[in-house]
Write a protein that binds this ligand. Structure first.
Ligand code: SAM
Length: 283
């Protein structure tokens, strides 16, 4: 059967289909979560067979997300967050990190996966400043005009838009347009946290990326593109990128190298070089 790309799934209406693997559950499985089903496990096994270090991609991505949230809450002092494609709650989620810096920080999570939405509803019960919205993140107008988003986030004050590990699940070349629509809606002084599967354009590393892409794109999930640095940069237009560490120029780097408040001491594996991240500020 033809697999649906996530952007074709009606927001919040996607019935739970245990026969189809889910991006959110596979990713959660790689991070050590327990919310995956047998179909998801099969995808994980396949990926691990071709790239045993694939777990480093998920961990690299999540570590970047966590450090970026800490940086923006602690150092930029931003108190409102729109986290698109938030995924299943794991140990350190956006709201936990930013509310450590500021108890009043508001977070709106957006996803379209029924399992993510169910877990998100559980979060609502414990925290008045956290909300969960069911929407298709590749339709920016749906997210930006969503009633819950508008009620809890003030679009006249700087905010953080997170698109972490999401745009690589969009097929085709509409990524720059999707991001432009989001960035246009952000007030000046806002930040964007962004990560994306990277084709490092080095033969041995591109081979790693292609092996994983084949499973994701041609498998039952039907989504997961490794794009080049130039293609990814095209999604970050209109943003001034933050300096990612003491030795790199401002810009996009391998997620494991985005470390503004200290050096990364462990070596970066080959697989971990296949995901890149950046934090950008809207002037
Ligand atoms: N942002 C989290 C992180 O980086 O740790 C989770 C990333 S996970 C790889 C991608 C998430 O995007 C999944 O939870 C998936 O359900 C969600 N997603 C993918 N396509 C989506 C769409 N069209 N609309 C809403 N959510 C989507």
């Amino acid at each position: 059967a033809a697999s649906k790309s996530p952007s074709q799934v009606p927001a919040g209406l996607d019935p739970l289909d245990p026969a189809r693997p889910s991006i959110a559950r596979v990713y959660d499985g790689f991070l050590g979560g327990k919310n995956y089903y047998e179909v998801d496990r099969q995808v994980m096994v396949k990926i691990n067979q071709v790239v045993p270090e694939a777990v480093h991609i998920a961990r690299g991505n999540r570590g970047f997300l966590n450090r970026a949230c800490r940086f923006l809450a602690d150092q930029a002092g931003i108190d409102q967050y729109l986290d698109c494609g938030s995924g299943l709650p794991t140990a350190e989620n956006t709201h936990q990190i930013v509310q450590r810096a500021n108890k009043q920080a508001r977070v709106v999570y957006v996803d379209n996966d029924p399992v993510v939405l169910a877990h998100g509803r559980a979060l609502l019960e414990e925290n008045d400043n956290v909300h969960m919205v069911a929407a298709d993140i590749f339709r920016p107008a749906d997210v930006l005009n969503n009633e819950v988003v508008r009620r809890h986030l003030d679009f006249s004050q700087p905010m953080v838009l997170l698109q972490v590990g999401t745009l690589h699940h969009l097929e085709g070349d509409g990524g720059p347009e999707v991001m432009r629509e989001y960035v246009d809606a952000l007030p000046s002084g806002s930040y964007v946290v962004f990560s994306h599967f990277l084709d490092p354009e080095v033969p041995e590393l591109t081979a790693i990326a292609k092996r994983i892409e084949d499973i994701l794109v041609h498998g039952p999930m039907g989504a997961g593109r490794f794009r080049t640095r130039a293609e990814i940069a095209g999604m970050l237009e209109g943003l001034e990128l933050v300096k990612p560490n003491a030795v790199s120029e401002p810009g996009l780097v391998v997620c494991d190298e985005w470390w503004p408040d200290g050096p990364k001491l462990a070596p970066v594996s080959e697989a971990a070089r296949c995901i890149a991240g950046a934090v950008g500020r809207k002037p």
